[in-house]
Design a protein around this ligand. Structure first.
Ligand code: ATP
Ligand code: MG
Length: 543
């Protein structure tokens, strides 16, 4: 018996022990009406994770019962995202594959007196539905004969009625304390071209009716979904029971993943894309999986994040900084190091000679060794690493001070050239003799270590950083349109080691003292360094 790490696995263990189930089957059931987001990653980790843990299988199930919103583009994007996370489905099924069977079962329900065609409008149905404290009122069509309902239902299918003119309702209980059980609509008339079945159908089953049938037809044993479906469970069970499935799946609900300041609904994400507020579904600021991938967050880090937040029964909100912290931990171990300066300040080194120095790929992977970097009598440092008027305990370069250049030498301040505003335009320094990194015999004590690039070989680099698409939580509750942060991309024109323009695009690096970046190309073909996560850990610092 495998050890349970959450309440769902405990339930499964009990069922295996009692012999209620023998083989485990789950499914990941997105609706192809948009791109997957980080919340779906949690659902995938649970569904694919449980199947793997129990030696069972997990299908990809595309829930395409709402043709007006679904597209093949989304189906393809969903598949790419699942593969990117490293999951593979046993079988792929579409709700639309089961449309014939779902229809046939609806006829069976009608014949057995468990469903009826109603001529009520959506508004009339709503008005008669009752409230949490008041029972609903029966439909005037509820006692229509099975024969009449069957004829009407067939005519609905044949296209005899306009959209919305009739619906098929399950005959359950208008007085049920659970509103979902008050004769829910299970079929509607809708003339929309379906992305797979085209114009074959003009009636479509409702989610609550189709989903349990599709689960059962696939042989799913555990239908795992988010908490908002808890109230739908009695209906789920009613459908599988009344449709005559001998081994009905068991629905178990878990808490949705919510992340502070993060949009997590396809509807809103889609609106951002359609309004042009972002550069498409894969904009690096988006919480879609394609956005996260494009941002440069590794799939391994995202999975680690989902595992660390775990599976719970109660809704809660995870700090946005947590995914970043997990990503930073991962990249700190796996990302090679390189140097770039975001705000270049030229430094002339009066006594330096051109030479090749050695730079370790990654101190956490010493077996990778080192690469060569060039050094000369002209370098760039970051303007923020020099101060004319330093605060106390300033360990970087100041007038008459010293600083160590990472993997190179200690340099000493000699002179500064100021621009017309009195800001440093250029520095003159000298190299301290005998101060080479790894073999320092100079005796000069120097606390600060800064990054630099060789001015003679470096390349121009655009450094792009991202912040949240939403303004802070004080705006929570407001419409997301009012919370949009139009200032969520910042750009700096810096200098980078030539090496960064030579390696493949998409490489993830720690740019020393700057952040974790992904290499890419600008619109003009230049080097783009695109921030994955900042260097600073706001998440752990806050705790
Ligand atoms: P959205 O509101 O973004 O469209 P959804 O729940 O309608 O989300 P589906 O495509 O129907 O999206 O979801 C597929 C599966 O992913 C469902 O089982 C759903 O419960 C799960 N899921 C969706 N969002 C989250 C989330 N934030 N956390 C965990 N699971 C989620
Ligand atoms: Mg949905």
């Amino acid at each position: 018996m495998v050890e349970a790490t959450n309440f769902i696995e405990s339930i499964i263990n009990e069922e295996l022990e009692s012999g209620k189930v023998t083989a485990i089957q789950t499914r990941f059931p997105p609706e192809p009406n948009g791109y997957l987001h980080v919340g779906h990653a949690k659902s995938m980790c649970i569904n694919f994770g449980i199947a793997k843990k129990y030696g069972g299988k997990c299908n990809l199930f595309l829930d395409d019962t709402n043709p007006s919103k679904e597209k093949t583009e989304f189906v393809e994007a969903i598949q790419a995202d699942i593969k990117w996370l490293g999951f593979s489905w046993a079988e792929i099924h579409y709700a639309s594959d089961f449309f014939d069977k779902i229809y046939e079962l609806a006829e069976k329900l009608i014949v057995e007196g468990k469903a009826y065609v109603s001529d009520e409008t959506a508004e009339e149905i709503r008005q008669r539905r009752g409230t949490l404290t008041q029972p609903g009122e029966e439909s005037p069509y509820r006692n229509r004969s099975a024969e009449e309902s069957l004829t009407l239902f067939r005519e609905m299918r044949e296209g005899k009625y306009a959209d919305g003119e009739k619906v098929l309702r399950a005959k359950i209980d208008m007085a049920s304390p659970n509103i979902n059980m008050r004769d829910p609509v299970i079929y509607r008339i809708l003339r929309a071209t379906h992305h797979r079945t085209g114009d074959k159908w003009c009636i479509y089953p409702m989610y609550d009716y189709a989903h349990p049938i599709c689960d059962a037809m696939q042989g799913v044993t555990h239908s795992l979904c988010t908490l908002e479906f808890e109230d739908h469970r009695p209906l789920y069970n009613w459908v599988t029971e009344n449709c005559g499935f001998a081994h009905p799946p068991r629905q178990i609900e878990f808490a949705r993943l919510n992340i502070t300041n993060t949009l997590m609904s396809k509807r809103y994400l889609k609106k951002l894309v359609e309004d042009g507020a972002v550069d498409g579904w894969d904009d690096p600021r988006m919480s879609t999986l394609s956005g996260i991938r494009n941002r440069g967050i590794p799939a391994e880090a995202l999975i680690d994040f989902c595992e660390r937040i775990g599976v719970c029964k109660a809704n809660s909100e995870v700090e946005a900084g947590y995914l970043e912290a997990v990503t930073r931990d991962y990249l700190n171990i796996h990302a090679d190091r390189a140097m770039a300066v975001a705000n270049p300040l030229k430094v002339k080194l009066i006594n330096a000679k051109e030479e090749t120095l050695s730079f370790e790929y990654n101190p956490n992977e010493p077996e990778k060794g080192s690469r060569e970097i060039s050094f000369s009598d002209e370098i760039y440092i970051d303007a923020d690493d020099f101060s004319l008027d330093p605060p106390p305990k300033y360990h970087r370069l100041k007038k008459d001070g010293y600083v160590r250049l990472k993997n190179a030498y200690i340099i000493k301040y000699e002179d500064v050239v100021l621009d017309e505003n009195g800001n440093p335009a250029e520095l003159v320094c000298s190299v301290v003799e005998g101060s080479k990194s790894g073999n320092d015999t100079s005796g000069v004590k120097c606390k600060g270590v800064i990054q630099w690039v060789d001015a003679k070989t470096c390349v121009d680099a655009e450094l792009r950083r991202y912040s949240s698409l939403l303004k802070d939580a004080e705006y929570a509750g407001q419409d997301f349109g009012e919370r949009l942060n139009y200032d969520s991309v910042s750009v700096k024109h810096g200098k980078a080691e030539a090496y960064l323009a030579q390696i493949p695009q998409g490489e993830r690096l720690q740019i020393l003292r700057t952040g974790y970046y992904k290499t890419a190309k600008t619109e003009n073909g230049g080097l783009l360094l695109s921030e994955i996560v900042s260097m600073k850990d706001n998440f752990n610092a806050k705790k």
